[in-house]
Design a protein. Structure first.
Length: 180
């Protein structure tokens, strides 16, 4: 049986909500990335933007199961200033060699998911095996729930024993039958 872990970073609570829904629906464990330095107030928001624009890797603390013990890891993270959130960048940089297969969920207000996916591919030296993007409002109002659960279903039914493809599977691929 394939083992899957959901690892999330959430500044506003949106990524946490998406990760918890996905994990609870599929019975997957959760890991959480925490900032070592709080991001409260104006200064914290400014640090978010600067970390993204400058592609900084801020110090983090990870709480959860060992990611290397899983066949697949789903990362859930926001986009900041059209880039991957700095704490997720740090997590991927520190764990790239231990992650067998990575699927990616990106939350955002408007745009930037493609940049986050491209950065994950660079850091991992392989494209994520499945990607999806969600607007913040889709998580807040629940309108993205069926798509989120379909993402998990597609990942669960995919054969993770196969070598990873070098392109990211997109939501358009979800409508295609999965090969086992």
């Amino acid at each position: 049986m394939e083992k899957t872990l959901v690892v999330f970073y959430s500044y506003s609570g949106i990524g946490r909500r998406a990760a918890q829904l996905l994990a609870s629906h599929h019975g997957w464990p959760l890991g959480e990335i925490h900032d070592v330095h709080r991001r409260a107030g104006f200064a914290g928001g400014l640090r978010c933007v600067l970390d993204s624009l400058l592609r900084r890797r801020p110090p983090i603390r990870y709480e959860g199961p060992e990611p290397g013990d899983f066949d697949a890891v789903v990362i859930v993270s926001p986009v900041w200033a059209y880039q991957m959130a700095g704490p997720m960048r740090t997590f991927l940089s520190e764990n790239a060699g231990r992650l067998r297969r990575v699927a990616q969920i990106t939350t955002m207000n408007g745009a930037g998911a493609a940049n986050a996916v491209a950065e994950a591919a660079r850091l991992l030296h392989a494209a994520p095996i499945l990607t999806a993007e969600f607007l913040v409002r889709e998580i807040e109002d629940g309108s993205g729930t069926s798509r989120l659960l379909a993402f998990g279903d597609a990942l669960a039914s995919a054969s993770l024993a196969q070598p990873p493809e070098r392109r990211a599977m997109t939501e358009a691929d979800l409508s295609q039958p999965m090969s086992h």
